[in-house]
Design a protein around this ligand. Structure first.
Ligand code: TNX
Length: 711
């Protein structure tokens, strides 16, 4: 009897422990829900037995929830229509409970989770929050039968900005439809509701237009691409691709299910060289033109004085609107040089005909561009849509109904809001995700330039203080852009987007007054697990900050006269031998200026300690980057001398060659020896030849060395 009661107690204890050990959901996600109130009730247990119950109109949302749980926990949940049951996860529409669109509330009780939305979008964002709250670990996945505990309480949440977007440019480099869908998934995960799709540019036309088939037969392909940053060398690889209207409709539906509207952009009257390559008569000179193989701003633009050109644009916009139901149509307007118009008889005749005059602010050609933009805005508005244009369209007299996308800083947005335009903030200073996100650019995939780390995105204040509260209401949203001149593959698009998107969504959804970057980074860590789950490529700078001591402790060698018996490679010499004992440690990439590089011969440095000193240690750092042909040293020798002429060896060391399984990185090498007194120290560091399993087999490997310390 006694034994039995022990057993019962033990079983109870075990089950209590088992409960405690259930993985816990964590509502500390990105974007951070506005109100989270938890209580002490027993948590709701999400298990394979949990049923999802949906109200009419929310079946797709229920499927999404089930798919997400399956992705994370490895089991499929049953989905049923809601008929007043008191268990499971219930999805409901409850517009009367909210005073704005897209809002949601999640109520968690021990028996039931209720996700209520102001509309289906709200329910969808509630589901995103649940999804992002679930604990993720490889051991939880795919095992079936695992459970998660959801703490009880209430989450209430709503977006600050009605317009929350990212842009993508598939013109400079074509992005296949399947990848664009993954991009849409990424937007959905970050509560964005608009996707700005830039469908035409100088380097490629990407949307099938039935009335002008050459736009994609010819305009979707270029015969090569400039190499590097607009040099004089070109590859000869045909590059391109386009989306058929059927594919675009499929994409639009895919996005719509995820509560994302796709805003098509036809960029005019500049950025049109691909179209001109198909229809040269639409340009001022008549061509010939090619689909551009360079980056930058082309002088070849649409002829604004040619009625045929205007009809072409109107036709294109009408077909675009046939395919895209979007309430917004982006008509570009950026970077349109006026050199052709200044010389073009047709454009000048048009200026005369319209009675256009220049003034101290704008030229007559600037006003001609306004004429084109306003004319196209009417075509768009005639079909009940609104136009968006880049901030250049303020240069002239653009109609007040146009929405201004402020990209050259926030100034355009401020001016536009003052004039009564609605504004989308997308300044290159904070939201151009085609810029570098690390200063150590040698370790980054190459991109257009700039420097825009996650911290900077997180700092962005979309509501300029210069504006009155009334004017601030015109700032309808925030958007980040990904231009692809230097981004040729979708993995790279993802790398540029993640994790900067976390900072972006925090601003779009919450625009928090108080911002604490470190706390934010902690929340990013969970998102990173989701990226891993979905195999999204991401940048990991904020997760693995390389914490380097920047300087070494002063030692016998610091800043003493130093000579090299052979100079480093010219491009890796910088300030010469002094780099090796200036007190600053080697850091960053091999070309950061803090390493000296040698190839095919040893580093051989002699340091004059200026007076005899006792020493017994020599240390230096070297960098390994096998892909860049940089290997660890093979051999190190330390010699000393009293007169600087005759040297005697005091220590030497062989270092085995790094294999592919070993990590690249920065490593310290130290030689310790019997105390010796001398005035000169010589350090000789030799390198390997590239091994057989290296593509450069047989060539000498590089060594990159810095900061020789002696003590
Ligand atoms: C400027 S942003 C452009 C694009 C380039 C981008 C590169 C804008 C309206 N025009 O054509 O791709 O810079 O960052």
């Amino acid at each position: 009897m006694k034994k039995l009661s022990y057993l019962i107690v033990a079983a109870l204890l075990l089950s209590a422990c088992a409960k405690e050990q259930l993985p816990q959901a964590n509502y500390d996600i990105i974007p951070q829900p506005k109100e989270v109130t938890l209580n002490e009730e027993n948590p709701f247990e999400l298990s394979p037995k949990t049923v999802i119950r949906y109200e009419d109109g929310l079946q797709r949302e229920a499927q999404f929830l089930s798919e997400y749980v399956n992705d994370i926990m490895g089991f499929a949940m049953e989905i049923q229509e809601y008929q007043g049951q008191t268990d499971g996860i219930v999805l409901k529409l409850s517009p009367d409970d909210f005073d704005q669109a897209e809002a949601y509330e999640i109520n968690i009780t021990p028996k039931q989770v209720t996700v209520k939305g102001a509309d289906a979008s709200g329910v969808f964002y509630g589901i995103q929050t649940l999804r992002k709250s679930l604990p993720l670990s490889p051991s939880l996945r795919g095992v079936g039968g695992s459970k998660t505990a959801l703490s009880c309480g209430t989450i209430r949440d709503w977006p600050n900005f009605a317009y929350r977007a990212m842009h993508l440019d598939p013109c400079r480099h074509f992005i296949p439809l399947d990848s664009v869908k993954v991009y849409v998934d990424m937007l959905a995960m970050h509560n964005m509701n608009q996707f700005h799709f830039h469908l035409s540019d100088d380097q490629g036309w990407r949307m099938e237009i039935k009335k002008y088939p050459e736009l994609t037969e010819i305009g979707a392909y270029r015969n090569g691409t400039v190499i590097g940053h607009n040099g004089n060398l070109y590859d000869t690889i045909r590059h391109g691709g386009f989306y058929t209207q059927d594919e675009l409709r499929d994409l639009i539906n895919y996005a719509a299910e995820r509560h994302i509207n796709i805003i098509p952009e036809i960029d005019l009257p500049g950025h049109m060289q691909a179209a001109l390559a198909c229809y040269p008569q639409l340009g001022c000179t008549g061509g010939p033109y090619e689909v551009w193989r360079r980056w930058g701003v082309s002088e070849e633009v649409l002829c604004a004085g040619n009625e045929e050109t205007m009809r072409f644009v109107e036709d294109v916009l009408n077909e675009v609107m046939d395919v895209f139901p979007s309430p917004y149509i982006h008509i570009g307007g950026d970077e349109c040089p006026k050199v052709r118009w200044e010389q073009c008889p047709k454009c000048q005749a048009k200026i005369k005909e319209l009675g256009i005059k220049g003034d101290e602010r704008f030229s007559k050609e600037d006003y001609l561009q306004s004429y084109v933009m306003n004319r196209m805005a009417k075509v768009v508005e005639a079909r009940g849509r609104r136009v968006i244009g880049w901030d250049e369209i303020l240069e002239g007299n653009v109609s007040e109904t146009a929405i201004i996308m402020s990209w050259r800083g926030t100034e355009g947005g401020i001016e536009a809001a003052r004039k009564g335009h609605d504004v989308i903030m997308a300044p290159s200073s904070h939201l151009y995700f085609d810029y570098y996100q690390s200063e150590d650019i040698a370790s980054e995939p190459s991109c257009i330039g700039g420097y825009l780390p996650v911290e900077r995105v997180y700092e962005f204040q979309p509501l300029p203080e210069e504006l009155t509260p009334e004017q601030q209401k015109h700032i309808i949203g925030v958007q980040a852009n990904i231009w692809t001149e230097y981004i040729a593959h979708f993995w790279h698009v993802q790398y540029m987007a993640l994790p900067r998107m976390e900072a972006l969504t925090e601003i779009q959804w919450n625009n928090p007054k108080e911002r604490d970057f470190e706390v934010f980074v902690e929340r990013c860590r969970h998102m990173r697990q989701l990226y891993e789950l979905y195999h999204y490529t991401y940048a990991d700078h904020i997760f693995n900050p390389q914490v380097w001591a920047d300087t070494v402790a002063p030692n016998l060698a610091t800043r003493k006269p130093i000579t090299l018996r052979q100079q480093p490679a010219e491009q890796y010499t910088y300030e010469g031998a002094l780099v090796l004992n200036d007190g600053n440690l080697g850091r960053g990439a091999y070309n950061s200026g803090r390493w000296l590089g040698f190839c095919g011969y040893p580093l051989d440095a002699v340091i004059d300690l200026e007076q005899p000193a006792e020493m017994q240690h020599v240390r230096f750092h070297a960098l390994t980057n096998k892909g860049a042909w940089i290997y660890n040293p093979s051999h190190v020798k330390v010699l000393v001398s009293d007169d600087g002429e005759t040297f005697r060896e005091v220590a030497q060391k062989e270092i085995p060659i790094s294999t592919w399984a070993d990590n690249d990185g920065i490593f310290a090498y130290e030689l310790d020896f019997e105390p010796v007194t001398a005035k000169y120290v010589e350090v000789v560091v030799s390198g390997y030849d590239l091994p057989e399993d290296h593509s450069g087999f047989g060539n000498p490997a590089w060594i990159f060395v810095d900061e020789i310390e002696v003590w």
